[in-house]
Write a protein that binds this ligand. Sequence first.
Ligand code: TMO
Length: 719
Amino acid sequence: MKRLLAYLFIVLCLGLTFNVNANSNKPIIIPTHNWSSQIVGAYVIGGIFESIGKNVKYKNHDSQAVYERIRKGDVSISHEVWESAFGRSFNQALSKGGIIDVGLHPASTMEDIGVPTWVIEKNLCPGLPNWEALKNCADVFARPGSNGKGIILEGPQSWHGDLIPQRIKALGLDSKYKVKFASSADQLWKELYDAKRKGKGILMFNWSPNFTDAEGFTMIKWPKYYAGCRPDDGGSGACGSPVGYLKKAASSKFANQHPDAFEIFEKISFTTKDMGKMAYYVDVEKMTHEDAAKKWLRKNKYKWEYWIGRTNISYNAFDQQKIEQDSFYETTTKIVKKEKKKEKKKIVKKIDTQEEFKPKTENLDQNPPVINIASAITVNDTDYEIEGFVKDESEKIYIEAEGRPIKVKNGKFIIRRFSPIDEEISIVAIDQWGNRSKPKLVKISINLKDKEIVEKLEPLNPTILNNKISEDTVALIVGIEKYKKSPDATFANLDAKYFAEYAKKGFGIKQKNIKQLLDTDASFIDIISTLEKWLPAKVKSNKTNLIIFFAGHGLASSDGKELYLLHQDSDPDLLDRTALSRTELFKEIIALNPKSVTIFFDTCYSGVSRDEETLLASARPVRIVADEQDGIPDNFTIFSASKLDQISSGLKEAKHGIFSYYLMKGLEGYADFNEDKKITNGELLAYMDENVSQKAAEQGREQNPSLAGDPDKVLMSYR
Ligand code: TMO
C-alpha cells in the first residue's frame, strides 16, 4: 500500500509539473535562414506546433550563429543542421551545454560544387564528374570579363566562408578558376536557369535534398573527404564534402518549457523527398514559403497527425525514405548512374550466353517484351503514378522509364514521377535474355484544375446542441455588416445571429444573460453604454464567465501599436476618438473581475474587409506592431480570426465569415478530436486552423486563427 501511495504521489507530481510546463504560453521561436527548404520547414513545424495550441514566432537568424542562440535559449529549435556546413558550429555549441541533439532526419545530405546533369549528358566537359576534368575546361565555365577563367558560383559566404576558394587553391585550380559568391540562394537558381536556357555550362554550389534532385544535379567527384582535411580542422583543404547527416537540435529551455512540443519535435522527421518538395513549391512553383508549408501540411497530414498523436495510424519516415530511394529520388545522381550501368552489363552478359549456345536453344525467347500502356495520360497532381502492363515469354522482365529501372510484378509496373509540367516519358522493356522493346512514348498531361473537387459545406446546425444551463455565464454578441463609413463586413450580422444560438444551446446561457447588438444597434453609443451599464449589472465578481463575440471590422492605429474594433458608425480615419481600442475593452472587463473571459474576434486589423475592400480613404499602409499576447490576463482566452497582418475572409458558400463558420461547426462537436465530449481551447484552435487555412488557401490567401490563452482549458462540455 505504501508503495502504491508513493507511486501515486510521483505520478501526481509528474502530472502536475507536466501540466504547469506544458501550459507555458511563452512563444516557441523558430529560426529562418536563407534557403527554401529550411524556411518552408520552419513554417511546417510551426504549423504543427500551432495545431496543438502553441504560440509560435519566426525570426531570421544567421545559420552559423544560431546554435549559440539556441544554447542560450533565445531560439527554441533548429530543424536543419547540415553536417558539412554547420556541423562544426553545432558541435561547438553542444560542448558548452544548453543545446540538445534531437537526432537524425532520414534524409542524408550532400553540399558541394557540381553541375546540372545535362552538362555531363551533353559532354560539355569530357571526363566529368571527375574533378581532374576541370583542368581542361575552364573555358566552358568562363564568362565575359573573367579573363578566360572558369567561374565557380558558390553560395552566400555566410554558409561556408572560404572553404571553396581554399579548396580550389589547394588543388592547384586557382590559376584557371575563380570563385564567385552568390548574394542569395535565389541568385543560384536564376543562374542555373539562365545556363539551361542558353545551354551554357555552369559550375555551382548546390545541395541535396533540394528541388534540383528532381531534374538531376551531379556533384563533382572531388578528392575524398576525410576527417581533418579542411583548413578549419588543420588540413590543406584539398578534399570534397562528406555525405553528411541532417540533424535536429533544440534548446534545453524549450524542452523544459514545452515538453509536449519537444516530444513532437523528436518525432518530426523529413525524407529527402519531403525537403525536395518544400523547396520545389517555392523555387519552381513560386509559392510563398508560408503557402508552401500549408501545401506540404495539407498533402502530408497523415505524417504530422501521427506525430502529434491525433491518429494511431503509424508513419515511419525512415521506412518511407527507403521506399522513395528505391523508386525515384536518390540522394545523389551519381549513385543512380553507377547502378544503372551495372544492370545493363549483367544483361549484356546474358545475351552473350544466349548467343554462344544458339544451336541448342531453338525454343529460346527471341522476342522483345510488349508494353501495354496508354500513349496519353492525364494526371491531376505534379506527383503522379501511372500503371502499365508488360508481356513476354520470359519470366523476368525489366522496365526502364526515362533510363531508371522500375520493378515489374506479375506483369504489372507502376511508374512514380514528379513533374510540374507536361512531359513525355520513354519506357523500354527488357527481358532476361536482353531482348529490348522499342521505346514506348507516353504523353503525360498535368492538369491541376481537375483536382479541385467542389466541396459542399454543411449548413450550421446549432439545434443538435442541448447542453446544461449555466446560470453564471453571460454573453455579449456583436455583429456589424453594414457600416456607416466603411465597406460591408459581409455576413457579420448573420455570424452574430447564429452565434447567439450556440451561446444558448452550446454554452447554456439564458436568454436574459445574452446581449445582442446588430448593425445599427451597434453604434458608438450603444456599445459604450452596454459596456458601462449592462455589463457591470450582469458580471458578478469572481463568479461570472463572460463570453464576447465580435464580428465586424478591426483596424490598427497608424503607428501599428494599438488595435481597434470599429463601431457601426466609427470613422476609420479617427480611430482614437470614434472606435473602441482593445486595451480599453480589456480594461473595462478586468475592472469587473469576472471569473473567466472568452472572446471570439472575427475581425482583422489589416485595413482590408472580408471582400478585400480597403477601409481607409487615405489608403495608408497598415503595419501592425502590437502583440496579441501582450498584457492579456491569465483568465482570458482570446480566439482571433487571423494572424494580425492577415485578411479575415468571408465564405460565400456558407454565408458566414470563414472563422465564424468553423468556430460554430467546431462547437457542434467536430472539434472534439479525442471524443471525450469536451472541447478544449487547443482542440477548437486545431480544428479551426486546419479548416480556415485550407478554405482561405482555396481563395488564394492565408488565414490562420490564433489563440491567446490556455490550450488545455475546457471551453465547452456537451452531452
Ligand atoms: C546549408 N545549405 C543547404 C545551404 O547547404
